[in-house]
Write a protein that binds this ligand. Sequence first.
Ligand SMILES: [Zn+2]
Length: 318
Amino acid sequence: MSCKWTIGAWAAAWVLAGCAPAPETPAAAGTTGGAAQAAVATSGERALEEVRAFLDVGPRDAGTPGAERAATYLAERLRALGVEAEIQEFREPSPRGPETVFRNVLGRIPGRTDRIVLLGSHYDTKAGIPDFVGANDSGSSTGLLLELARAFAAAAPHETEIRFAFFDGEESQVEYGPTDGFHGSRHLARTLAADGRLSNVVAMIVLDMVGDRDLTLTIPRNCSPGLVAAAFAAARAEGGRKHFQLYPFNIGDDHVAFFERGVPTLNLIDFAFGSAPGRNDYWHTPADTLDKLSADSLDLVGRVVARLVAELPARREK
Ligand SMILES: [Zn+2]
Protein backbone atom coordinates (compact mmCIF):
# COMPACT_ATOMS: atom_id res chain seq x y z
CA MET A 1 0.00 0.00 0.00
CA SER A 2 1.42 3.39 -0.89
CA CYS A 3 0.84 5.98 1.77
CA LYS A 4 0.86 9.73 1.78
CA TRP A 5 3.41 10.28 4.57
CA THR A 6 2.32 13.37 6.50
CA ILE A 7 0.65 12.40 9.75
CA GLY A 8 -2.49 14.27 8.68
CA ALA A 9 -2.45 12.84 5.15
CA TRP A 10 -1.18 9.55 6.64
CA ALA A 11 -4.06 9.33 9.05
CA ALA A 12 -6.52 10.62 6.40
CA ALA A 13 -5.19 8.15 3.81
CA TRP A 14 -5.28 5.33 6.39
CA VAL A 15 -8.52 6.50 7.90
CA LEU A 16 -9.93 6.26 4.41
CA ALA A 17 -8.09 3.10 3.43
CA GLY A 18 -6.87 1.53 6.65
CA CYS A 19 -9.15 -1.34 7.50
CA ALA A 20 -7.19 -4.48 8.34
CA PRO A 21 -9.05 -7.76 9.17
CA ALA A 22 -10.36 -8.19 12.75
CA PRO A 23 -7.90 -9.96 15.06
CA GLU A 24 -8.08 -13.75 15.29
CA THR A 25 -8.20 -15.61 18.61
CA PRO A 26 -5.00 -15.44 20.62
CA ALA A 27 -2.28 -17.85 19.72
CA ALA A 28 -2.03 -20.49 22.48
CA ALA A 29 0.41 -19.40 25.18
CA GLY A 30 3.29 -21.41 24.10
CA THR A 31 6.71 -22.54 24.93
CA THR A 32 9.59 -22.10 22.61
CA GLY A 33 10.75 -25.57 21.71
CA GLY A 34 9.49 -27.08 24.98
CA ALA A 35 11.19 -24.78 27.55
CA ALA A 36 9.24 -21.82 28.90
CA GLN A 37 10.95 -18.42 28.73
CA ALA A 38 12.37 -17.27 32.08
CA ALA A 39 10.03 -14.95 34.02
CA VAL A 40 11.09 -11.32 33.83
CA ALA A 41 10.30 -8.81 36.58
CA THR A 42 10.12 -5.15 35.52
CA SER A 43 9.59 -2.10 37.72
CA GLY A 44 7.64 1.01 36.77
CA GLU A 45 9.55 3.10 39.32
CA ARG A 46 12.87 2.05 37.79
CA ALA A 47 11.55 2.77 34.31
CA LEU A 48 10.49 6.27 35.37
CA GLU A 49 13.97 6.85 36.83
CA GLU A 50 15.46 5.80 33.49
CA VAL A 51 13.18 8.32 31.74
CA ARG A 52 14.19 11.10 34.16
CA ALA A 53 17.92 10.43 33.65
CA PHE A 54 17.52 10.16 29.86
CA LEU A 55 15.70 13.50 29.63
CA ASP A 56 18.70 15.09 31.34
CA VAL A 57 20.68 14.36 28.17
CA GLY A 58 18.66 17.21 26.60
CA PRO A 59 17.00 17.65 23.19
CA ARG A 60 17.91 14.85 20.80
CA ASP A 61 16.71 15.94 17.38
CA ALA A 62 18.06 13.56 14.69
CA GLY A 63 21.19 14.77 12.94
CA THR A 64 22.23 17.06 15.80
CA PRO A 65 24.97 16.80 18.48
CA GLY A 66 22.16 16.20 20.99
CA ALA A 67 21.20 13.00 19.18
CA GLU A 68 24.82 11.86 19.22
CA ARG A 69 25.00 12.51 22.97
CA ALA A 70 21.81 10.51 23.45
CA ALA A 71 23.15 7.56 21.42
CA THR A 72 26.38 7.50 23.42
CA TYR A 73 24.40 7.67 26.67
CA LEU A 74 22.14 4.77 25.65
CA ALA A 75 25.02 2.51 24.60
CA GLU A 76 26.83 3.16 27.89
CA ARG A 77 23.63 2.62 29.87
CA LEU A 78 22.98 -0.73 28.18
CA ARG A 79 26.51 -1.89 28.97
CA ALA A 80 26.11 -0.76 32.59
CA LEU A 81 22.96 -2.92 32.71
CA GLY A 82 24.93 -5.96 31.50
CA VAL A 83 23.69 -5.90 27.90
CA GLU A 84 25.93 -6.07 24.81
CA ALA A 85 25.57 -2.79 22.91
CA GLU A 86 26.64 -1.26 19.62
CA ILE A 87 25.95 1.97 17.77
CA GLN A 88 24.79 1.33 14.19
CA GLU A 89 25.82 4.55 12.43
CA PHE A 90 24.66 5.24 8.89
CA ARG A 91 24.25 8.16 6.53
CA GLU A 92 21.33 8.88 4.25
CA PRO A 93 19.47 11.81 2.72
CA SER A 94 17.03 13.77 4.84
CA PRO A 95 15.72 17.34 4.86
CA ARG A 96 18.82 18.12 6.96
CA GLY A 97 21.11 17.23 4.07
CA PRO A 98 22.20 14.57 1.56
CA GLU A 99 24.45 12.79 4.07
CA THR A 100 22.65 13.08 7.40
CA VAL A 101 24.23 10.93 10.12
CA PHE A 102 21.87 8.67 12.06
CA ARG A 103 22.71 6.29 14.91
CA ASN A 104 20.64 3.33 16.01
CA VAL A 105 21.66 1.92 19.38
CA LEU A 106 21.35 -1.85 19.42
CA GLY A 107 21.42 -4.16 22.46
CA ARG A 108 21.56 -7.94 22.48
CA ILE A 109 21.10 -10.74 25.03
CA PRO A 110 22.06 -14.06 23.43
CA GLY A 111 19.49 -16.87 23.71
CA ARG A 112 19.50 -20.68 23.71
CA THR A 113 18.20 -20.60 20.13
CA ASP A 114 18.76 -18.30 17.15
CA ARG A 115 15.18 -17.08 17.24
CA ILE A 116 14.96 -13.37 17.96
CA VAL A 117 12.53 -11.19 19.83
CA LEU A 118 13.10 -7.55 18.86
CA LEU A 119 11.90 -4.75 21.15
CA GLY A 120 12.12 -1.21 19.80
CA SER A 121 11.60 2.47 20.62
CA HIS A 122 12.67 5.67 18.95
CA TYR A 123 14.82 8.02 21.06
CA ASP A 124 14.87 11.19 18.95
CA THR A 125 12.82 14.31 19.63
CA LYS A 126 10.59 16.15 17.20
CA ALA A 127 12.48 19.18 15.86
CA GLY A 128 11.12 22.71 15.74
CA ILE A 129 8.97 22.74 18.92
CA PRO A 130 10.13 25.37 21.43
CA ASP A 131 11.18 23.96 24.83
CA PHE A 132 10.26 20.44 23.73
CA VAL A 133 11.62 17.66 26.00
CA GLY A 134 9.55 14.77 24.61
CA ALA A 135 9.00 13.16 28.03
CA ASN A 136 6.35 10.80 26.67
CA ASP A 137 7.30 10.98 22.98
CA SER A 138 10.23 9.10 23.01
CA GLY A 139 11.34 9.56 26.66
CA SER A 140 8.83 7.12 28.17
CA SER A 141 9.41 4.28 25.71
CA THR A 142 13.19 4.75 25.83
CA GLY A 143 13.19 4.57 29.63
CA LEU A 144 10.95 1.52 29.65
CA LEU A 145 13.10 -0.21 27.03
CA LEU A 146 16.16 0.32 29.24
CA GLU A 147 14.26 -1.16 32.19
CA LEU A 148 13.20 -4.14 30.05
CA ALA A 149 16.84 -4.60 29.05
CA ARG A 150 17.86 -4.67 32.72
CA ALA A 151 15.09 -7.13 33.62
CA PHE A 152 15.74 -9.51 30.71
CA ALA A 153 19.49 -9.44 31.41
CA ALA A 154 18.83 -10.27 35.07
CA ALA A 155 16.70 -13.30 34.08
CA ALA A 156 18.96 -14.56 31.25
CA PRO A 157 19.44 -16.90 29.50
CA HIS A 158 16.20 -17.06 27.56
CA GLU A 159 15.04 -19.43 24.89
CA THR A 160 15.09 -16.68 22.29
CA GLU A 161 17.70 -14.03 21.72
CA ILE A 162 16.38 -10.69 22.98
CA ARG A 163 17.37 -7.63 20.97
CA PHE A 164 16.74 -3.98 21.79
CA ALA A 165 16.64 -1.28 19.13
CA PHE A 166 16.75 2.41 20.04
CA PHE A 167 15.83 4.01 16.71
CA ASP A 168 17.12 7.34 15.49
CA GLY A 169 15.26 9.55 13.04
CA GLU A 170 11.68 8.36 13.65
CA GLU A 171 10.34 11.89 13.65
CA SER A 172 9.88 13.64 10.31
CA GLN A 173 11.75 16.91 9.89
CA VAL A 174 9.22 18.34 7.41
CA GLU A 175 6.77 15.68 6.14
CA TYR A 176 6.93 11.88 6.29
CA GLY A 177 8.21 10.43 3.04
CA PRO A 178 10.92 8.17 1.56
CA THR A 179 13.69 10.51 2.80
CA ASP A 180 11.99 11.95 5.88
CA GLY A 181 11.13 9.95 9.01
CA PHE A 182 11.47 6.34 10.19
CA HIS A 183 15.16 6.37 9.19
CA GLY A 184 16.42 4.08 11.94
CA SER A 185 13.73 1.41 11.71
CA ARG A 186 13.91 1.23 7.93
CA HIS A 187 17.67 0.92 8.12
CA LEU A 188 17.61 -1.87 10.70
CA ALA A 189 14.93 -3.81 8.80
CA ARG A 190 17.04 -3.52 5.65
CA THR A 191 20.28 -4.66 7.35
CA LEU A 192 18.63 -7.59 9.15
CA ALA A 193 17.07 -8.68 5.85
CA ALA A 194 20.45 -8.35 4.12
CA ASP A 195 22.23 -10.59 6.63
CA GLY A 196 19.39 -13.11 6.65
CA ARG A 197 18.43 -12.64 10.27
CA LEU A 198 15.07 -11.00 9.70
CA SER A 199 13.52 -14.43 9.21
CA ASN A 200 14.67 -15.37 12.72
CA VAL A 201 12.56 -12.61 14.25
CA VAL A 202 9.52 -14.26 15.87
CA ALA A 203 8.18 -10.94 17.16
CA MET A 204 8.98 -7.25 16.71
CA ILE A 205 7.34 -5.03 19.34
CA VAL A 206 7.55 -1.23 19.16
CA LEU A 207 6.83 0.94 22.21
CA ASP A 208 5.87 4.59 21.66
CA MET A 209 4.30 7.10 24.09
CA VAL A 210 3.68 4.55 26.87
CA GLY A 211 3.94 6.68 30.01
CA ASP A 212 0.77 8.79 30.10
CA ARG A 213 -0.88 8.92 33.56
CA ASP A 214 -4.15 8.35 31.74
CA LEU A 215 -2.85 5.40 29.72
CA THR A 216 -4.83 4.28 26.67
CA LEU A 217 -2.83 2.10 24.32
CA THR A 218 -4.37 2.52 20.85
CA ILE A 219 -3.09 -0.56 19.01
CA PRO A 220 -3.29 0.24 15.29
CA ARG A 221 -4.72 -1.99 12.58
CA ASN A 222 -1.39 -2.37 10.79
CA CYS A 223 -0.16 -4.98 13.28
CA SER A 224 -0.13 -8.79 13.26
CA PRO A 225 -3.51 -10.06 14.55
CA GLY A 226 -1.96 -12.96 16.48
CA LEU A 227 0.30 -10.59 18.43
CA VAL A 228 -2.51 -8.10 18.97
CA ALA A 229 -4.68 -10.81 20.47
CA ALA A 230 -1.77 -12.05 22.59
CA ALA A 231 -1.27 -8.47 23.86
CA PHE A 232 -4.92 -8.26 24.91
CA ALA A 233 -4.62 -11.63 26.67
CA ALA A 234 -1.44 -10.52 28.47
CA ALA A 235 -3.09 -7.21 29.44
CA ARG A 236 -6.06 -9.09 30.86
CA ALA A 237 -3.76 -11.44 32.81
CA GLU A 238 -1.93 -8.41 34.22
CA GLY A 239 -5.19 -6.73 35.27
CA GLY A 240 -4.88 -3.84 32.83
CA ARG A 241 -7.08 -4.80 29.90
CA LYS A 242 -9.10 -1.57 30.08
CA HIS A 243 -5.98 0.41 29.12
CA PHE A 244 -5.61 -1.45 25.83
CA GLN A 245 -7.83 -0.86 22.82
CA LEU A 246 -7.84 -1.54 19.12
CA TYR A 247 -7.49 1.69 17.17
CA PRO A 248 -9.77 1.90 14.10
CA PHE A 249 -6.97 3.11 11.82
CA ASN A 250 -3.41 2.34 10.79
CA ILE A 251 -0.64 4.36 12.42
CA GLY A 252 2.71 5.26 10.90
CA ASP A 253 5.48 4.27 13.30
CA ASP A 254 8.72 2.29 13.46
CA HIS A 255 6.95 -1.06 13.28
CA VAL A 256 5.86 -0.50 9.68
CA ALA A 257 9.24 -1.28 8.12
CA PHE A 258 9.07 -4.74 9.74
CA PHE A 259 5.35 -5.33 9.27
CA GLU A 260 5.70 -4.68 5.56
CA ARG A 261 8.46 -7.31 5.41
CA GLY A 262 6.17 -9.96 6.93
CA VAL A 263 7.66 -9.93 10.43
CA PRO A 264 5.12 -10.59 13.23
CA THR A 265 4.74 -7.04 14.48
CA LEU A 266 3.03 -5.14 17.28
CA ASN A 267 2.90 -1.40 17.97
CA LEU A 268 2.09 -0.42 21.55
CA ILE A 269 1.37 3.31 21.23
CA ASP A 270 -0.88 5.66 23.20
CA PHE A 271 -2.20 8.10 20.61
CA ALA A 272 -4.59 9.68 23.09
CA PHE A 273 -2.03 11.74 25.01
CA GLY A 274 -3.96 14.77 26.10
CA SER A 275 -5.80 16.97 28.57
CA ALA A 276 -8.92 14.77 28.54
CA PRO A 277 -9.73 11.17 27.59
CA GLY A 278 -9.64 10.73 23.82
CA ARG A 279 -7.70 13.94 23.21
CA ASN A 280 -4.16 13.92 21.85
CA ASP A 281 -3.41 17.61 22.49
CA TYR A 282 -0.19 17.13 24.46
CA TRP A 283 1.40 15.34 21.50
CA HIS A 284 4.25 17.26 19.88
CA THR A 285 3.78 20.25 22.18
CA PRO A 286 5.78 21.77 25.07
CA ALA A 287 3.14 20.18 27.34
CA ASP A 288 4.80 16.77 26.83
CA THR A 289 6.60 16.92 30.17
CA LEU A 290 7.64 14.47 32.91
CA ASP A 291 4.76 15.38 35.23
CA LYS A 292 2.34 13.88 32.68
CA LEU A 293 3.87 10.42 33.15
CA SER A 294 3.29 7.79 35.81
CA ALA A 295 5.31 4.84 37.11
CA ASP A 296 2.07 2.80 37.20
CA SER A 297 1.55 3.17 33.44
CA LEU A 298 5.16 2.18 32.72
CA ASP A 299 4.79 -0.70 35.16
CA LEU A 300 1.71 -2.08 33.40
CA VAL A 301 3.21 -1.86 29.92
CA GLY A 302 6.45 -3.44 31.17
CA ARG A 303 4.60 -6.36 32.74
CA VAL A 304 2.49 -6.90 29.62
CA VAL A 305 5.54 -6.91 27.33
CA ALA A 306 7.43 -9.29 29.66
CA ARG A 307 4.45 -11.67 29.77
CA LEU A 308 3.91 -11.39 26.00
CA VAL A 309 7.54 -12.37 25.34
CA ALA A 310 7.39 -15.20 27.89
CA GLU A 311 4.31 -16.66 26.19
CA LEU A 312 5.39 -16.31 22.58
CA PRO A 313 4.68 -19.44 20.61
CA ALA A 314 7.59 -21.55 19.36
CA ARG A 315 7.22 -20.45 15.79
CA ARG A 316 6.24 -17.40 13.81
CA GLU A 317 2.56 -16.47 13.94
CA LYS A 318 0.92 -14.21 11.36
ZN1 LIG B 1 6.59 11.92 17.92
